[in-house]
Write a protein that binds this ligand. Structure first.
Ligand code: FMN
Length: 214
């Protein structure tokens, strides 16, 4: 991957994080945006078993690689929410979480609250990954509080993507909540993910386009 920067907790220590000009808000990690001449997009994810991480990685990759992204010289950085990346150095932000028992994962919910002022000042997209369908705690695919948060900050969109559930990866506690015979498998729709990445790229590029003096 050449034009997007992928960071996992394991490699974060090696990244020159202190080059950002603006001081970070307390508790947020100064996060370097790769300058490519176009919009810089931060993609943040919360994932327990990797399905949402892979969706987020594809959003970052395809927002750069799509026609809109290439044309607009977009760059993207990918970060797990546990790093608390500071969105200040970015022009647009995408935040997503897996759904568990009808809710986003707690670190992702906390992150939204922590960076709400930054998100409300820049184009932001939210996404969930879940198996959807009827669930004991209500209809899947949605966290109503996160949707309401998105409305409050003027989020550009909220997508619910089908995720992946592999019973062999689940803890005993999770297995008891998600009994054998319930929906399972890899339902991720990469075409839909890439389509949405293209929309994000187009939105971010349009927002950052500098008018050519005429
Ligand atoms: C215990 C448990 C609870 C879940 N709750 C929901 C839910 O409320 N809504 C939903 O759409 N999917 C639900 N799922 C499915 C997961 O959200 C889905 O597998 C997701 O893609 C997992 O992402 P991850 O691998 O990034 O953690 C649940 C799965 C488990 C194991």
């Amino acid at each position: 991957m050449t034009d997007s920067l992928v960071m996992d907790p394991g490699v974060a220590a090696a990244v020159p994080v202190l080059r950002t000009a603006a001081p970070a808000r307390a508790g947020l990690l100064p996060f370097p945006a790769v300058a490519g001449g176009g919009p810089r997009v931060l993609v943040v994810f919360a994932s327990r078993h990797g399905a949402t991480r892979e969706i987020a990685a594809e959003l970052a990759r395809w927002s750069c690689a799509s026609e809109a992204g290439r044309g607009g010289r977009l760059t993207a950085a990918l970060a797990p929410v546990e790093l608390q990346p500071d969105p200040s150095a970015f022009d647009a932000v995408v935040v997503g979480s897996a759904l568990y028992s009808g809710r986003w994962l707690e670190p992702a919910r906390r992150y939204l609250a922590d960076v709400a002022p930054e998100l409300s000042r820049r184009p932001t997209w939210l996404f969930s990954s879940g198996l959807g369908g009827d669930q004991p705690w209500g209809p899947g695919g949605e966290d109503a509080e996160v949707r309401a948060f998105g409305d409050r900050i003027g989020a550009r969109g909220h997508r619910a993507f089908p995720g992946r559930l592999e019973r062999r990866l689940l803890s005993a506690a999770e297995r008891s909540v998600w009994p054998a015979g319930s929906a399972a498998g890899d339902l991720r729709d990469w075409r839909a993910v890439r389509g949405w990445a293209e929309e994000i790229a187009a939105g971010a590029v349009a927002r950052c386009a500098v008018p050519v003096p005429g």
